[in-house]
Design a protein around this ligand. Sequence first.
Ligand code: MV4
Length: 461
Amino acid sequence: MFKKILIANRGEIALRVIRACRELGIATVAVHSTADANALHVRFADEAVCIGPPPSKESYLNVPQILSAAEITRADAIHPGYGFLSENADFAEVCENCKIRFIGPNPRVIRIMGNKVRAREAAKGAGLPLLPGSPGVLKDPREAEAVAREVGFPVILKASAGGGGKGMKIVREPQAIAQAFSTATAEAVASFANGDMYLERYVEKPRHIEIQIMADEHGNVIHLGERECSVQRRHQKLIEESPSVAVSEALREEMGRVSLQAMEKLGYTNLGTIEYLLDDQGRFYFMEMNTRVQVEHPVTEMVTGTDIVREQIRLAYGHRLTRKQKDVRFTGHAIECRINAEDPVTFAPSPGKITGYSVPGGYGVRVDSAAYENYVVRPHYDSLLAKLISFAEDRETAVRRMQRALSEYVIEGIKTNIAFHRAALADDAFLEGAYDTRFVERLLASETGSHRLRKAIEETP
Ligand code: MV4
């Protein structure tokens, strides 16, 4: 097994990896910016190396500094967590060239999935269902219009270098396509230095369903079922759950089967998540693939009894999967609320010092967080403070447990979105599981939703 792993990340995910390493008997190296000198990942790792000033570009994205830290400490692998360098194919390649294992899939697949047009082509070749759309990159506004007329309106224009919702444009009539294509291309050039665009038929109120897969380097692949991630705002996920109310056992088997087949065809290894759009007819379509551990992996851990990060490390070392698909059992229900340091109404980040802190606990509650009393939330990084996870034998109990846990969580000194979660978990559409990707928008626009949010803010201890 690896002797020492460097964690090229911060916050709760760095801690999550350190915990898995400790249980595996692997030594850990934390890297940190000067702003994170007092962070828990620095305290809990066996060694720590300061790699630069607060801005991510100069610290957590600073490849030479991270590689020197790995070399000085003689780490034999790097875990990239999520965000930062986790989906950077060049970084994965440089690690391998330096004889340091990158804990993730190989650079080839990372590179393919990072380019949405190539990812779409690879998915098609591997047998995944796609929405009708352009075969490759659109050459000009005329081609965009021709393809759009062929697939039928509405369509959505997407930037090939985008992903996660950046650089998209919905077009509802033929007269608007040429202009939209030009604007979107210019925006993509400005944001990604790559103006390549493609288009697909637009699905009106889809659900975001993703399948977790794990693959070893000996040709074995399994899936751990789905996560429902439709509760999002501006492409930031807020609540995730597993299983999804919208996924029947038959649909899970079907989505799992085609996902496994595709991963086998691609020669995929390590952890991965295939994101699908699910339409109101129960049809699913490939959207994107994430080649890293995801924020919301705990809900899958709870319903499948799998330590996903431990498995990821074992797989990166070359170990075999310990289970066959038929041995994967789905038990109970898990929900995750992302607790962010932000204003519950405007969603604006709210950095500052946590002056009072008390964490929920008890049966069926898990908190993955790097926060503590007197911790200072920095403005330089994302605002995720904690992941609050409830799990229970069924969805209704998991929802009640989450409501109970939310009411116990005390975070003083900064604003958090706990009140938002309390309003969301009181909403009829959420309680019935009758929600899609427009849920947050509707909740905030509704009389009851905004009233509940105001009340929850007043009641926040
Ligand atoms: C779509 C779509 C509808 N039809 N593609 C958003 C993020 C990026 N991964 C792709 N996204 C979408 N692609 C087609 N053909 C709707 C979205 C979308 C969305 C998807 C998942 C979760 C939330 C969303 C919010 C708005 C739009």
